[in-house]
Design a protein around this ligand. Structure first.
Ligand code: CTP
Length: 402
């Protein structure tokens, strides 16, 4: 495990720069500071003018035990305190990140202490947005977020639910403990620090013609939850996304729509992975002769399907030394014996079995309930959020290979 306390000894500067921007959720940044301090991670707080209308800097100074960086510097401070803080920070976390600050960071403005610090930052940037759902969904905000994501920023949340202004929607700040965990993950402090994790998420689509495809109902939420949990545990994560409705908070992300594309990307990235989590729902068959243009309406259309490659079995057959491989099986009933046969047939270490006969869990739901099956035992994970199920799966994986 990395030790963030080692960093402070050098010059008294903190490994985490926490930038608080304007919004009701600013008070929740206090919990993030508390969580970091409790975990012995020194944190330097910087606040925008708007943030100071919501929470006083004295609160953050008290919690972080350091002067807060603002646009009204103390005359006794060093001349470039924010540049020093940005140079030292291995992680700058913007919590909450307002639509305004997201735009300023995307455009590279330097009009206050937070924007200047982000420009001078040498470390990783984490953004935890919180705002009204219409502001969040506005194409301007979405484009700005994508710009930051493309530059390598980790975006955590926002969550859906009740918003402060009495509306409902996506815009709530992510949970403070999740933000703390994500920051620690970026600091390389988690239990999977130094490990490379490959995750596949979503469901493949096999073209029938130029507009139609054979697909499945996988949303990718379980795979993305696994990727986020692995990131939070400090792993270096690559996620291959097949037509997902969600994307992970960070890490390398590769899009692969068809089984062939997924096979190509997975085979390549498996070469360097310590852990492979094959959560994608992969087509077992594809049209033998897809048409290249849109097929016109006729009386009937008979399709000939041919089997696809079993990617998971292929990865297991070419397993790297000490590589741990987890397969997933969505079944109509909780048949553990069948899952164990699948584990043996495919040559993997664990099969995560989920019973899709219950519509409140599994495909496209936010919850899941699984049984993690190994060659010799099984671990039941009762219905919980996909993130909690992801944590249980990674606990089991770490139980095999810490
Ligand atoms: N899988 C894969 N390549 C395929 C099909 C499935 O890599 N062509 C992977 C899935 O990502 C999953 C695991 O294999 O991790 C189990 O998938 P499942 O569809 O349940 O297995 P099948 O081999 O199709 O078994 P069966 O149809 O007999 O249930």
């Amino acid at each position: 495990m990395g030790d963030s306390r080692g960093v402070i000894a050098e010059d008294g500067l903190a490994p985490v720069l926490l930038a608080v921007t304007g919004g009701i959720a600013a008070y929740r940044a206090c919990e993030v500071v508390r969580g970091l301090i409790k975990a012995d991670v020194p944190v330097q707080v910087a606040m925008t003018r708007a943030a100071r209308r919501f929470v006083g800097e004295t609160t953050f100074a008290g919690l972080s035990r350091r002067h807060v960086l603002t646009d009204d510097p103390d005359p006794n401070d060093p001349i470039y305190p924010h540049l020093d803080a940005a140079r030292a920070a291995r992680v700058m976390a913007v919590v909450p990140a307002s639509a305004n600050t997201i735009a300023r960071l995307a455009y590279g403005l330097s009009d206050d202490v937070v924007a200047e610090s982000a420009l001078a930052l040498a470390g990783r940037l984490l953004i935890a947005p919180a705002m009204n759902h219409r502001m969040w969904l506005h194409p301007a905000t979405q484009e700005n977020i994508q710009t930051l994501r493309d530059r390598g920023a980790t975006i955590i949340g926002p969550d859906a639910g009740d918003l402060a202004e009495g509306e409902q929607g996506i815009g709530r700040l992510a949970q403070p403990d999740e933000i703390v965990q994500a920051i620690r993950g970026l600091l390389g402090e988690g239990s999977l620090a130094g490990k490379r994790v490959l995750v596949t998420a979503g469901g493949t689509r096999e073209p029938l013609d130029s507009v139609r495809f054979l697909g499945n109902r996988s949303s990718g939420k379980m795979g993305v939850a696994l990727a986020n949990e692995a990131l939070a545990r400090g792993a270096e994560v690559t996620t291959i996304l097949s037509n997902t409705v969600v994307r992970p908070n960070g890490g390398l992300q590769i899009d692969a729509s068809t089984t062939a594309e997924l096979e190509h990307a997975a085979t390549e990235h498996a070469k360097t992975a310590d852990i492979i989590l094959m959560a994608a729902a992969v087509a077992d068959f594809r049209p033998a002769t897809p048409e290249t243009t849109k097929r016109a309406r006729t009386d009937a259309w008979s399709l000939e399907l041919e089997p696809t490659a079993d990617i998971l079995a292929g990865l297991a057959a070419n397993r790297q030394p000490n590589q741990l491989i987890v397969g997933f099986a969505a079944e109509d009933s909780e048949d553990i014996a069948r899952a164990r046969q699948k584990l043996e047939r495919k040559g993997v270490d664990l099969i995560v079995l989920n019973d899709i006969s219950d519509a409140t869990i599994g495909f496209d739901a936010d919850d899941n309930a699984v049984v993690i099956v190994s060659a010799t035992d099984e671990t039941r994970v009762a219905q919980a959020s996909k993130r909690a199920v992801a944590a249980a799966v990674l606990d089991r994986v770490e139980g095999i290979r810490p």
